[in-house]
Design a binder for this molecule. Structure first.
Ligand code: PLP
Length: 396
């Protein structure tokens, strides 16, 4: 009845985990939901004012397909600052969230059968979009190298069919932040083998401890013309529902994206565009600093609680706002997992026994992982993680 294409994807696993949490809560259970890919904080005042201003001015028509010139110019200034290079408005497309930026990139770059290298564990949408665009995802496991890919492994995965590499740092779900030698090695490979780098830096504002986020576009000379930067404001401004993201890259790619987007969604929401423009023009950075320090203290508190886990290593959580637990030891211990053999089983048990909702690593191509978001209010986080530790430590 439906197109064959529908066999290539199913509803995102994170959405399914959220739905399971909601169903349990609706059934009367007291649930602490650690599935969300978003931060609980209130709206930034400058965003609210920018949106109200746009409404009061009666700004309600279509804009240019890939965003207003003013917004693209403001983004060009931001990306120039981020990368230390000069970027122009014509190299930027504003999209309905970073998700659309990624989809646009896949649709304008991939021919049928083109391979796209994706380090695993991966954000679940990467392979789904590659498949929808007719490409073939090729996974490179990072589980034995601290969730940062080894350049030799990426090199070994490249064939004549390889068209692109997806790099997501800080990483969802693992929280890994890629170091300079890794980024340099990947950039070098991309230049030598004429590959595209799709560089998703949606969590770039959230790095912890001694870690630093490095934009790949300026990591070695010559890589910028092979790079497509993907970013947005869902995470950095806790603005998931407003749907503003962007894609930055060579003009020819952006022109193709503009044509494609003109037949799909047209411009992103005009009010949200104005709100983000207000932030870029008038934001003083106070909101982002507060957000970062809130997350830093939530992370520290969470790590303190998780340090009591007996059979699960405490995660590094270098970036983003996720704790990614490696459950291998727990799953392998014949007597200690109560018959639970996959991360999915553990997620089900956590929900029913501890009232804690988490996302199984299966969603991210890793049957031994578990993702916990710490973007929720700290008092709830503490209760949720404490219950989780108690249950995981107690299984016989
Ligand atoms: N890229 C990564 C790695 C993400 O985790 C997400 C959202 O969870 C996105 C892109 C999409 O974000 P947006 O809300 O801007 O579409």
């Amino acid at each position: 009845m439906l197109a064959q294409r529908t066999n290539l994807f199913s509803s995102s696993g994170t959405a399914a985990a959220r739905a399971a949490a909601k169903a349990a809560a609706d059934a009367g259970m007291e649930i602490i939901d650690l599935t969300a890919g978003e931060i609980w904080t209130n709206l930034a005042p400058v965003i609210r004012d920018g949106a109200i201003e746009a409404i009061n001015k009666g700004i309600n028509r279509y804009t240019e397909t890939i965003g207003t010139m003013e917004l693209r110019e403001a983004l060009a200034r931001k990306i120039s600052l981020d990368t230390g290079q000069i970027w122009k408005a014509e190299e930027i497309a504003v999209t309905s969230g970073a998700k659309q930026a990624l989809f646009n990139a896949a649709m304008v770059l991939l021919n049928p059968g083109d391979a796209v290298i994706i380090p695993a564990p991966y954000w679940t949408t990467f392979p789904a979009q590659v498949l929808i665009a007719g490409g073939t995802p090729v996974f490179v496991d990072t589980g034995t190298s601290g969730y940062v890919p080894r350049v030799v492994d990426i090199k070994a995965a490249v064939t004549d069919r390889t068209r692109a590499i997806v790099i997501n740092t800080p990483n969802n779900p693992t929280g890994a932040v890629y170091d300079v030698p890794t980024l340099r090695g990947i950039a070098d490979l991309a230049v030598k083998r004429n590959l595209w780098i799709i560089f998703d830096e949606c969590y770039g504002d959230f790095v912890h401890g001694h870690h630093t986020h490095h934009p790949i576009a300026s990591i070695i000379p010559g890589v910028r013309s092979r790079t497509l930067i993907v970013n947005g404001f869902s995470k950095s401004l806790a603005l998931t529902g407003w749907r503003i993201g962007y894609l930055a890259g060579p003009k020819e790619v952006i022109n193709a994206v503009k044509a494609f987007q003109s037949h799909t969604t047209s411009n992103p929401n005009v009010i949200a565009q104005h709100a983000v423009l207000a932030h870029l023009q008038r934001g003083d950075g106070a909101y982002e600093s507060k957000l970062r320090s809130q997350l830093a203290s939530a992370r520290q508190m969470g790590l303190d609680v998780l340090s009591s886990l007996t059979r699960v290593p405490v995660p590094k959580a270098a970036g983003g706002f996720y704790f990614y637990l490696n459950l291998s030891r727990l799953l392998q211990s014949a007597s200690g997992n109560g018959g639970r053999t996959t991360a999915d089983d553990i997620v089900d048990s956590l929900l029913s026994e501890a009232g804690v909702a988490a996302v199984s690593g299966t969603t991210f191509g890793d049957p031994t992982g578990l993702r916990l978001s710490y973007g929720i209010p700290p008092e709830r986080l503490r209760i949720g993680l404490s219950r989780l530790v108690e249950v995981l430590n107690a299984w016989q």
